[in-house]
Design a binder for this molecule. Structure first.
Ligand code: BGC
Length: 742
């Protein structure tokens, strides 16, 4: 392909340095061309409208979003590179959230694997596939702390914990970007949504957020601090209003915290039309004021809106904004294009890449799906099923064979024809050896008709065990797809109850984009395997766990509530002055008629739902049984520069081999600001045969105990701490230590 070269005048001795290219370009650009670099335009229309092509030719567009294949990307790139005055290549963006063509579990499912390396590998495959089609920039990871499962976007998140989210978000950034953005198949990551979007009131998407300063700093901002440290090249502002200032106009956070405190020197892009939405929020009267607010706050590029294009030139003319402010924004865009090597290699040749959905990609998708599965119940050790002695299985439920639905939300390029469903996998693996009696019972997860129940009941009567695949279709979670009632939709609960009544062992597999409220369903199943939306290879991964080829190992990255009324419920909450006291709690059915006001216990609990969730953060069973013991601390008091070594043994006392993820939680007993009752600090997974023990060691330092303190500074506070080594957030072996001031 013909790649034009730019004539450089500055520094004519020798090849130009990286900085020179950007400087030279900047010196040649008109204001209109500069503002063009700050525009990202929607290019989803097919064919592309003439005005868009003309805009690229005239240098009025710096980036596009939603072009999806090599031909289209190269064609438009050619206009930018060969027909525009300065030959500046376009930056092609697309949402590659949990895979491009090979679809990995939804991010919440990936989080359940508690395995940063696996997240990194999946992101690397996604980047290679996307880059092979001409994409340079993805809008992931989404690292919004999410504590409300009604919010549809919880599916895209890594759950409720800042440490886990920061770790997995950083791993995803590394997978997308690699160590060298100009290297083979690297793409830009975009950490989003800065900041607080996960706190949308009532779990309704786009709602306002009200987050106290301490919570904002220590919870919602924490994962962003970590991914900035990990080198995220770009950040996206949130749609949401934070305490009266929509995030897209929040200079204190963008210029102050992000660029000032953390030294972020990458690009900030708005969310889709979020600058114009400052008018709808009620912050600005018109798009001129919206553009001013966003630009002054630190938003470099506008995604899919026209506030910058329509107003920036005039704002410069009127000296509301200076040319140097615009230049700083433009330089951030150009620098990224340069880092990606787009000036030298603007076009994409798919021949240099593995084909899409390669065997290697499918292997990683299988492993990611496998590790995302969380076993929540296994009464009577119904699982794993043994092929020997099993004549038939009934495969029931609307999600047993729903290839599109199991891919989950944010799938633009994945194909259902690539997807292996549980039914397909079970038939492929066991057809011929076991009768597989399939009857969905319901057409979709939302169907209310009982018309197919009879068929499903017959299939179960004719089988030794019922495998019931329930949950949510992919459209029921994701952006703008919040639900107020998060029980199983449609008549699924009734279907499960009818199957239970037949007296066969029942194994339920839930495929969903969020934690569902399953209190009503739990008694109707012997085993419960939570599969999230597991992606392309969900079927084989589920089959492998059901039949014991693999042991489950996932752990919940988010708390499962007993009822919607408990929300928000999360493990790392504050203690209150009157924490729940189980010995005092009297629940609604036990209250004596005429009981006195103070007789029920004066502590923080619900009369009908107590204080505990259905399943706590960090919970997940395996096929072994694990016991912790021998907790040892290297010292009782550590200094600011010391490392505390924490050791414990874990023993598999069960009859099967399996996995345990040992978790380290800490509590700062008294702080200048009250601290959460527990905070995850580290974890390690072990694999143990029956009867085998392993030693788990952690290492904790003052940095792990740091937080934003009452005076606004970041650091640890000397004093007493508790720690727990545990297999779930609500228990474990406990010890105490102190941090001294030296
Ligand atoms: C979402 C972003 C996404 C963007 C581009 C918005 O509606 O909030 O997360 O990256 O669209 O598709």
């Amino acid at each position: 392909m013909n790649t034009p070269t730019l004539t450089l005048t500055a520094n004519s001795a020798g090849p130009p340095s990286a900085e020179d290219l950007v400087d030279v370009l900047l010196s040649k650009m008109t204001l209109e061309e500069k503002i063009g670099q700050l525009q990202q335009v929607d290019a989803s229309a097919d064919p592309l409208p003439d005005h868009l092509i003309e805009g690229v030719r005239a240098g009025r567009i710096g980036s596009v979003i939603n072009l999806a294949n090599t031909d289209a990307c190269n064609r438009l790139q050619r206009v930018a590179v060969e027909e525009s005055r300065l030959s500046i290549p376009l930056l092609m963006g697309r949402d590659v959230i949990h895979g491009f063509r090979t679809i990995f579990p939804i991010p919440l499912g990936q989080a359940a694997a508690w395995n940063p390396e696996l997240v990194r590998k999946a992101a690397r495959i996604a980047a290679l596939e996307a880059r092979s089609q001409g994409i340079h920039w993805t809008f992931a990871p989404m690292i919004d702390i999410s504590r409300d499962p009604r919010w549809g976007r919880i599916a895209e998140s890594f759950g409720e914990d800042p440490h886990l989210t920061g770790l997995l978000g950083s791993a995803m950034v590394e997978g997308f970007q690699t160590a060298d953005l100009s290297g083979h198949g690297a793409i830009l990551a975009c950490a989003k949504h800065f900041v607080g979007y996960g706190a949308s009131e009532s779990g309704r998407d786009y709602s306002a957020t009200n987050i106290p300063a301490n919570e904002l700093r220590n919870v919602y901002l924490e994962p962003f601090r970590r991914v900035v440290e990990a080198g995220a090249a770009t950040l996206m502002t949130s749609f949401s209003d934070l305490d009266g200032i929509p995030a897209t106009a929040n200079g204190a956070l963008l210029n102050g915290v992000l660029r000032g405190d953390w030294g972020f020197d990458g690009l900030v892009v708005s969310d889709w039309n979020a600058i114009n939405e400052l008018i709808v929020h009620g912050l600005c009267e018109d798009s001129r004021s919206a553009a001013t607010e966003a630009a002054l706050a630190g938003v470099d590029m506008e995604m899919a809106g026209d506030a910058y294009a329509s107003n920036l030139a005039k704002l410069v003319e009127e000296r509301v904004l200076s040319v140097s402010q615009i230049d700083a924004m433009v330089v951030r865009v150009l620098r990224l294009k340069q880092k990606l090597g787009l000036f030298e290699r603007p076009y994409t040749d798919p021949a240099g890449f593995d084909p899409l959905v390669s065997d290697k990609a499918l292997d990683v998708a299988y492993q990611a799906a496998l590790e995302s599965l969380v076993l929540l119940k296994n009464d009577g050790a119904v699982l794993p099923l043994r092929v020997a002695g099993l004549g038939s299985i009934a495969v029931i439920g609307p999600l047993a064979d729903a290839p599109h639905e199991q891919m989950g939300t944010w799938v633009f390029d994945g194909q259902k024809t690539d997807t292996a469903t549980p039914l397909q996998a079970l038939r492929r693996q066991f057809g011929g050896k076991i009768d597989v009696n399939y009857a969905p019972g319901l057409e979709t997860s939302r169907s209310r008709s009982h018309a197919l129940f009879g068929e499903a009941e017959t299939a179960v009567r004719n089988s030794d065990v019922a495998l019931v695949f329930l949950g949510e279709e992919s459209i029921l979670s994701g952006e703008a797809h919040s639900r107020a009632d998060i029980t199983l939709p449609g008549a699924q609960s009734e279907l499960l109850a009818r199957i239970r009544a037949l007296g066969k062992p029942v194994v339920t597999v839930v495929l969903a984009g969020r934690p569902l409220v399953l209190s009503e369903n739990l008694p109707h199943t012997d085993s419960l395997l939570y599969a999230w939306h597991p992606g392309t290879m969900g079927g084989p991964a589920i089959a492998a766990v059901l039949f014991g080829d693999e042991a489950p190992r996932g752990k919940l990255p988010v708390t499962f509530p007993k009822s919607v009324g408990q929300i928000p419920i999360y493990y790392n909450h504050k203690n209150t002055g009157r924490p729940p006291n189980p010995s005092e709690m009297i629940l609604i059915d036990d209250i004596e008629v005429g009981a006195r006001q103070t007789s029920l216990g004066m502590s923080a609990f619900y009369l009908d739902d107590g204080s505990e969730p259905l399943f706590p953060f960090g919970f997940g069973l395996s096929y072994g049984k694990f016991e912790l013991g021998g907790l040892e601390l290297s010292q009782q008091i550590i200094g600011l520069c010391d490392r505390l070594k924490v050791r414990a043994t874990v023993r598999n006392t069960g009859a099967c081999s399996g996995f345990e993820t040992v978790q380290l939680y800490v509590r700062d007993i008294a702080g200048s600001l009250t601290r959460p009752v527990k905070e995850l600090k580290a974890f390690k997974r072990v694999s143990l045969q029956p009867g085998q023990s392993g030693l788990v060691e952690f290492d904790l330092g003052a940095a792990d105990l740091s937080f934003y303190r009452r005076d606004g500074s970041f650091g640890p506070e000397p004093g007493k701490f508790c720690l727990w080594v545990a297999t779930r957030s609500d228990g474990g072996l406990k010890a105490e230590f102190s941090l001294s001031a030296q």
